[in-house]
Design a protein around this ligand. Structure first.
Ligand code: PLP
Length: 380
């Protein structure tokens, strides 16, 4: 099976991990701060906190934003469930906004209509690796005094108006799951320029405990003293994972360049294939990290998506659908959400297929994907 995505791990990565395994610290050692510093520098942010998953990172960011019981966070309907779930963890309610029918990115106008007196944060997602309209969301957050958290799980390595994604929202989250831009196996991070958010997330990651003398409530305590100031979690990343992340980060630009080249190849190969709508290409403003290559079937055949999907899988092509809107899952139904909330998202997802895309995707495999897809469409 040609997977829809997979990691690229080389000997340098293996060596970086082995070095930690032979060192005194497997966790809570120097590799974590080293990775955080490298990532902050790469995206042009002041601070970075690495955690043991992107989901933990979202939880930490929402907590730092002060989201609590009774609050609302606006999230796009077209995302992985974690973006919405992180609000539920804190007793808040995710409110779903609809997306742009071409890009699949949260529509700032629909998001604005969903703002209420309870809204605390707005959390657009860089779907498929393409940055959202960061300027529009920044303006919206400012106007309504909301915290702007960017779910950049899919977009590390993307840029907006010539600057890397990462220092343009109040906080930006990245995921290092093996299908994302770089991997730590499991892992995630938040980057921010805000020191107060940074300190809160550092403590949140480790039970709410701080060792920082300057931040302690109790003064003049002996040096063994540490202080639990809030309810936190064990969301620490290990030094093993962090070392893998720092080694991978060195190849981020080349990973994204390879993804982009393969996306451009798909675009050229699929240009005149009737019934296939390719995702928008990069623009001057927004350059995607090309996490996914998301084609949609045109309106004349959209209702046959599942047939096309199954036929591709039968030929050994590991296509996927991104994403089932969170509110259509049974758990969300039990909370009172239901179909019809975001009709454009529902239509988008119903016609969507993610084709295999990753840095080491072979040219012959890519040609096979396109040839097979054309064949299947011809027999519909
Ligand atoms: C992958 C992903 C997450 C969750 O990240 P994990 O590291 O798997 O916990 C959250 N949001 C989006 C949009 C994602 O793609």
């Amino acid at each position: 099976m040609i997977p829809y995505s997979r990691q690229s791990v080389n000997e340098a990565d293996v060596k970086a991990v082995a070095k930690v395994l032979r060192s005194p610290f497997l966790t809570q050692g120097p590799a974590i701060a080293s990775f955080e510093k490298a990532l902050a520098k790469k995206v042009g942010a002041k601070f970075c906190v690495a955690l043991n998953s992107g989901t933990a990172a979202l939880h930490a960011a929402y907590a730092a934003a002060g989201i609590g019981a009774g609050d609302e966070a606006i999230v796009p309907a077209l995302t992985f469930v974690a973006t919405a779930n992180a609000a539920l963890y804190l007793g808040a309610r995710p409110v779903f906004a609809d997306v742009d029918p071409k890009t699949g990115l949260m529509n700032p106008k629909d998001a604005e209509q969903k703002i209420t007196s309870k809204t605390k944060a707005i959390v657009p997602v860089d779907y498929a690796g393409r940055p959202v309209d960061l300027a529009a969301f920044r303006a919206l957050a400012k106007k309504h005094k909301l915290v702007f958290i960017e779910d950049g799980a899919q977009s590390l390595g993307a840029s907006y108006r010539g600057k890397p994604v990462g220092a343009q929202a109040d906080m930006t989250m990245f995921s290092f799951h093996p299908v994302k831009s770089i991997t730590t196996a499991e892992g995630g991070a938040i980057v921010t320029d805000n020191e107060a958010y940074y300190q809160t997330m550092l403590a949140f990651r480790t039970h709410g405990i701080t060792n920082n003398r300057a931040l302690m409530k109790e003064k003049n305590k002996p040096s063994w003293y540490s202080e639990m100031q809030m309810l936190g979690y064990n969301y620490r990343i290990s030094d093993i994972h962090a070392a893998l992340g720092e080694s991978q980060l060195k190849r981020l630009d080349s990973f994204v360049a390879k993804r982009r080249a393969r996306a451009q190849k798909y675009e050229a190969l699929l240009k005149n294939v009737s019934g296939i709508i390719s995702p928008p290409s990069d623009s001057e403003v927004a350059k995607s990290a090309w996490h996914l290559y998301t084609v949609r079937l045109g309106p004349e055949i959209a209702d046959r998506r599942d047939e096309v999907f199954v036929a591709l899988r039968e030929k050994g092509i590991g296509v996927q659908v991104h994403h089932i809107p969170a509110y259509l899952h049974p758990y969300y139904a039990s909370l009172g959400y239901g179909a019809g909330l975001c009709p454009i998202t529902e239509q988008f997802v119903a016609s969507e297929i993610s084709l295999p895309l990753y840095p080491d995707l072979a040219a012959s495999d890519q040609a096979f994907v396109v040839k097979t897809l054309k064949c299947i469409l011809n027999t519909l």
